[in-house]
Design a binder for this molecule. Structure first.
Ligand code: RP5
Length: 169
């Protein structure tokens, strides 16, 4: 009997996954920027430690389902981005979530210190890292999507203008 995947085909281009619902406060910054740039995305809790089979199913089915980039956020012993990257060849962007005990330094080091051969593009700790993960995903997708490249140019131009408007104190 063929095992049916728990994950169906999707219109989403980017998967935003996180180790716990408690990571959403941070990871929502990635989803927000993707929405702002008109990039279809899905948001799911997938835990490397608490739901390891789900994590493997998610990663191994991701490319076939239509996803192009995965953003994975986790805190503490943050193994999710690296383990997902070991089960797919899609680009994986890792976001270190700020942990209570060690303020996210543990998450950062867990995500960034990958062995040669399995890359994870590691962002900074917290919401800025999540926001940049969304923008990096957009830059990757914009390489083969002219309309998105234009929206990204407009986003950057607006950001520059906003800074210049408030530059004089
Ligand atoms: C990790 O453990 C999650 O990514 C989360 O940041 C951390 C703590 O999880 P909770 O105990 O808050 O669910 O797997």
């Amino acid at each position: 009997m063929t095992k049916t995947s728990e994950f169906a085909a999707t219109e989403a281009q980017v998967g935003v996954i996180m180790g716990s619902r408690n990571d959403w406060d941070t990871m929502s910054a990635a989803a927000e920027i993707l929405d702002q740039l008109g990039i279809p995305n899905e948001k799911l809790v997938v835990s490397a430690h608490r739901t390891p089979s789900r994590m493997v199913n998610y990663a191994t089915s991701a490319a076939g389902r239509g996803l192009k980039v995965i953003i994975a956020g986790a805190g503490g012993a943050a193994h999710l981005p690296g383990m997902v990257a070991s089960e797919t060849n899609l680009p994986v962007i890792g976001v270190p979530v700020q942990s209570r005990a060690l303020q996210g330094l543990d998450s950062l080091l867990s995500i960034v210190q990958m062995p040669g051969g399995i890359p994870v593009a590691t962002m900074s700790i917290g919401p800025s890292g999540a926001k940049n993960a969304g923008i990096l995903a957009a830059r990757i997708l914009a390489l083969s999507d002219i309309a998105l490249a234009k929206r990204l140019d407009e986003f950057v131009a607006k950001q520059t203008a906003a800074v210049l408007e408030s530059a004089e104190l």
